[in-house]
Design a protein around this ligand. Structure first.
Ligand SMILES: C[S@@+](CC[C@H](N)C(=O)[O-])C[C@H]1O[C@@H](n2cnc3c(N)ncnc32)[C@H](O)[C@@H]1O
Length: 390
């Protein structure tokens, strides 16, 4: 039995406060949810099954397969215990190794980097003793990526089967200012319940992340199809044919056409053009109508759906006082133009959000980097039913 067939605990990280959505994704793929943390979900899987998780999960950052749990009182014991692990099963002597850490909280260690170096030394020393040569190592997550979690005496070593984090889908070659993380954008759309059966309108689209993720969801296109490098591909025994079979399965499940519209606009023409180029990278540009205009001029197709905006919120872009009329304008736009839709505002400024002036149906908490944010949901009634003020 190779490490690909061995079952272990798997910790899957995600944007903070998105673990409930990730847990739903896991259950839908047939995996058990063994625990939910604010920014991670625990399950159990083989490394082969981790390949599936890397391909299909939309809200996951890193699929971390547990290599070993043990105790270490100090850095020397850490080195000895790590050295005792059969690393020849995990990394080839001509491979490339990168070691990172989630948590290092041990009295003997002042600098997290020192713990990482000791782990790296233990691994490459063991490989050199067995093969007479050692893997290269460095900061790039392009080969084997090992993560350390060391809290008190309790250590866990993970193989990061993703390598580069999964939010780096690869399509955002043209970022605008203050873009949303791809996984966070997917999480907000999934949290709304939208699955591609109605129109999706995204004024203030910036680099186009929300519209691109919406297109991928509507097309049932697996986000991992856009990448050609994952950590698991560097583990000895990796079977490219098994990965190809998964890619075939993913492609067979894709929808070829959409009978809904996805619209993305931004007031800044170069930004809207960059969003289009990002959609080209993701190969979804023909499913999205891009335009450069003020958000109030965005076309709202008949039939209802989801209209979502991620306006500037004063932390990184714009000044808060200047932004108040923009938020009030969103309320007017929702009320006057978007009847029959569900409206969403994703913002890190709740004071500004109040300026929207409509009653929220739901307020879902998220984090964007360190900024606490909300996804605010508004039911926008058609015609005569009146909106109540907050
Ligand atoms: C926070 S960014 C959106 C980021 C986007 N979610 C992404 O992932 O890249 C806000 C965007 O709103 C646009 N914007 C600001 N005022 C606008 C207005 N009145 N009408 C349309 N777009 C506007 C800005 O040009 C900027 O691209």
């Amino acid at each position: 039995m190779t490490v690909f067939e061995t079952r272990s605990t798997v910790l899957i990280t995600c944007p903070r406060m998105a673990s409930g959505i990730l847990a739903d994704e896991l259950r839908a793929l047939g995996f058990p949810v063994l625990g939910e943390l604010p920014a991670a979900v625990k399950t159990t899987a083989t490394l082969t099954e981790c390949m599936r998780l890397n391909l299909f999960l939309r809200t996951a950052h890193r699929v971390q397969y547990t290599i070993k749990e043990f105790s270490a009182v100090d850095a020397d014991q850490l080195y000895a215990r790590v050295h005792a692990i059969p690393w020849e099963q995990w990394i080839a002597p001509d491979g490339y190794l990168s070691v990172g850490s989630f948590v290092v909280n041990n009295d003997s260690i002042r600098d997290t980097r020192y713990a990482n170096v000791r782990v790296k030394d233990a691994i490459v020393d063991r490989i050199r003793e067995r093969f007479g040569r050692r893997p290269d190592s460095g900061p790039d997550a392009q080969g084997i990526v090992v993560f350390l979690h060391w809290d008190g005496d309790d250590c866990t070593l993970y193989l990061d089967s993703s390598g580069e984090p999964l939010n780096r889908r690869g399509y955002r070659k043209n970022p605008c200012r203050a873009p949303m993380q791809e996984t966070l954008a997917a999480a907000t759309i999934l949290a709304s319940g939208w699955k591609g059966e109605s129109h999706f309108v995204n004024p203030m689209c910036g680099s186009g992340t929300l519209a691109i993720e919406a297109a991928l969801i509507a097309l049932n296109s697996a986000p991992g199809l856009m990448r050609d490098n994952f950590g698991f591909m560097h583990v000895p025994g990796y079977d490219p044919a098994a990965w190809d079979a998964l890619l075939d399965e993913a492609e067979a499940g894709e929808r070829g056409e959409l009978d809904i519209r996805i619209i993305a606009t931004d007031i800044d023409r170069p930004t809207a053009e960059a969003a289009y180029r990002n959609a080209q990278e993701a190969r979804v540009e023909r499913y999205i109508d891009f335009g450069a205009c003020d958000f109030t001029e965005t076309a709202i197709p008949e039939g209802g759906g989801m209209v979502i905006m991620n306006p500037p919120y004063g932390e990184r872009l714009g000044d808060k006082n200047e932004l108040a009329p923009l938020y009030a304008g969103i309320g007017d736009f929702f009320k006057n133009r978007c009847g029959g839709y569900k409206g969403y505002v994703f913002t890190g400024n709740l004071d500004l959000a109040k300026r929207v002036g409509l009653r929220t149906q739901r307020r879902l908490p998220f984090f964007s980097a360190k900024i606490e944010c909300r996804l605010l949901e508004y039911e926008l009634y058609d015609g005569s039913r009146r909106q109540k003020q907050d």
